[in-house]
Design a protein around this ligand. Structure first.
Ligand code: ADP
Ligand code: ZN
Length: 528
């Protein structure tokens, strides 16, 4: 039953001092208050916390909030306490508490004084805690950062997998509210399956960030790329920005070079000692430095509203990561410029990083990388590609806020060239990788080609009027089209898919925008 609107508004004003709800908040809160399982998908900054805090404060009993980061738990509890006059309205229970502190928390819970209890998943693995919760009146369970359940999410936590089983031990009648800022269809279905949310009301907010400008730039040699970055920063003098790189060494090098070019910059990565990290984070927050050059270790829980640009010096390992990392720009709704430098060499670097992983991890990783590559090489509106990735259909002729919309690329017919590629892969019996196939197509000999007598094949040199860059780019697009695939088990061997076989039988028109620009023999002066 929907709670009377006035009562909700009064509670909102009383507990938080806000005059209106944001987005879906009111509907979500009604859903929880009426005892339904509820699934909330809302981008960062959308106001997720209030969705469980308010109903927790309004319901009899105490709500359990499962949260993955012990470090952030104290913060959240302090925030709730800040709104209330009573300190015992919210507590957390995790491994950082002393025996005496645990006793106090338990006493407040038993006395019914506490409305929100933040717990780590580990807390729920302890039988004595479960037994204790069984005796309490629990209003509902909120699972924050629910994407941690999924291996497809950006922050998988195995303990999250066991949550449902532990919740059921407390009671199998407790409503569950799951919240996440990750909305890829795969992650969504993992969450629904794992928490048994089949009958849940689902609330999905739009992930569009209209104020962010998305741009891909070809990555050239290191000094050229850095010159390009310096130029951009000078054009944005005095503004704050983050530059993400793949490895620690590069953060230091890049920061040094920026400093040498008159930019106030510092490096940030997990290899620095905690006090240096805290100090540099503070410098950034207090604008003693303009630019922070960081590995992805930087950003979780950082709330600086006026970050004006986010530059990726290397392509991120998934579009999800890209969305989260660029999402730190323009939190105040004003300008946010997101640039990603892209080269095929960086893609190979990412693939290389996975070499020691298990087969299934490599498969998953390769698929995520492919989606990022698709984004980078696409001639379609960037916003449309990103939102499509989150299962959202974005209707636009021209968003006006991405490079592809501002400077549409010219497209060309490649039907016959696709046929050449497919024939070559077939003629080589699907036993060779991209470089070899392209050598054959462009008629380049090598000792290996001579040994196998592949220079005798019909397709040898059939595509020599185009260079290797062209063929590389076409190959990537054909993978996106699903005409060919890289065999992951036999690392990198090219295969023709069923769709490719059908294409060979009956070729059809294929128009693509070709980006030779990404093949520039860029950076090989970086190690991972
Ligand atoms: P999320 O967890 O989705 O990233 P938060 O819960 O941290 O978002 O909320 C983001 C910001 O929005 C916070 O500063 C919060 O106080 C504010 N906020 C949430 N709901 C409202 C509201 N109804 N009116 C005004 N501000 C709100
Ligand atoms: Zn666009």
């Amino acid at each position: 039953m929907a709670v009377v609107k006035e009562r909700l508004m009064d509670a909102l004003r009383e507990h938080f001092g806000f005059d209106s709800f944001k987005g879906n908040q009111e509907k979500i809160i009604n859903s929880i208050l009426s005892g339904k399982d509820t699934f909330v998908i809302m981008p960062t900054g959308g106001g997720k916390s209030l969705c469980y805090q308010l109903p927790a404060l309004m319901s009899p009993g105490c709500a359990l909030i499962v949260s993955p980061l012990i470090a952030l738990m104290k913060n959240q509890v302090d925030l709730v306490r800040g709104y209330s006059s009573k300190d015992n309205v919210a507590h957390f229970l995790n491994s950082t508490l002393s025996k005496a502190q645990i006793k106090k928390v338990r006493a407040d819970l038993t006395a019914g004084k506490t409305k929100l209890l933040y717990v780590a998943p580990e807390t729920l693995t302890k039988q004595e805690n479960l037994d204790f919760f069984k005796e309490l009146e629990i209003s509902f369970i909120a699972v924050d950062e629910a994407h941690c359940i999924s291996e497809w999410g950006h922050d998988f936590r195995p303990e999250y997998r066991r949550l449902k089983e532990m919740i059921d031990q407390i009671s199998d009648k407790l409503p569950i509210i799951a919240l996440t800022a990750t909305a890829t269809p795969k992650v969504q279905s993992d969450i629904v399956k794992n928490l048994g949310l089949n009958k849940a009301s689902i609330f999905i907010s739009s992930f569009n960030r209209p104020n962010l400008y998305y741009e891909i730039r070809p990555k050239r040699k290191k000094d050229q790329t850095i010159k390009d970055i310096v130029k951009f920063i000078h054009q944005h003098k005095g503004k704050s920005g983050i530059i993400y790189t793949l490895n620690r060494k590069t953060t230091e090098e890049l920061a040094d070079m920026l400093v040498a070019n008159g930019v106030k910059a510092v490096a940030y990565h997990a290899g620095l000692d905690p006090s240096t990290r805290a100090q540099r984070q503070d410098m950034f927050l207090h604008e003693d430095t303009e630019v922070i050059v960081a590995t992805i270790a930087f950003g979780m829980g950082i709330d600086k509203p006026d970050v004006r640009f986010v530059i990726h010096y290397n392509i991120p390992k998934s579009l999800e990561n890209y969305y989260q990392e660029t999402g730190r720009a323009g939190r105040d709704g004003l300008e946010g410029h997101c640039i990603c430098y892209y080269s095929h060499k960086d893609v190979q670097k990412l693939e290389h990083l996975m070499r020691d992983k298990s087969l299934s991890e490599r498969e998953m990783g390769a698929q995520l990388i492919n989606e990022t590559v698709a984004y980078a090489e696409s001639a379609v509106c960037r916003r449309k590609v990103i939102l499509h990735y989150f299962g959202e259909h974005f209707e636009t002729e021209n968003c006006g806020q991405c490079d592809n919309c501002r400077n549409p690329k010219e497209k060309i017919e490649v039907k016959n060239r696709v046929v050449i590629m497919l024939k070559a892969i077939r003629a080589l019996e699907e036993r060779f990788g991209s470089e070899y196939v392209i050598n054959v197509i462009t008629g380049k000999t090598s000792p290996q080609i001579n040994t196998y007598r592949h220079d005798q094949l019909d397709v040898f040199g059939e595509g020599k009027e185009f260079d290797a860059h062209f063929w590389n780019s076409l190959m990537r697009q054909m993978m996106l089209e699903g005409l060919i695939e890289k065999d992951i088990e036999e690392y990198g061997l090219l295969k023709v898919t069923d769709k490719g076989t059908k294409f060979l039988k009956k070729p059809y028109s294929i128009m693509v925008a070709l980006n030779h620009q990404f093949d520039e023999d860029a950076v090989d002066d970086e190690e991972e």
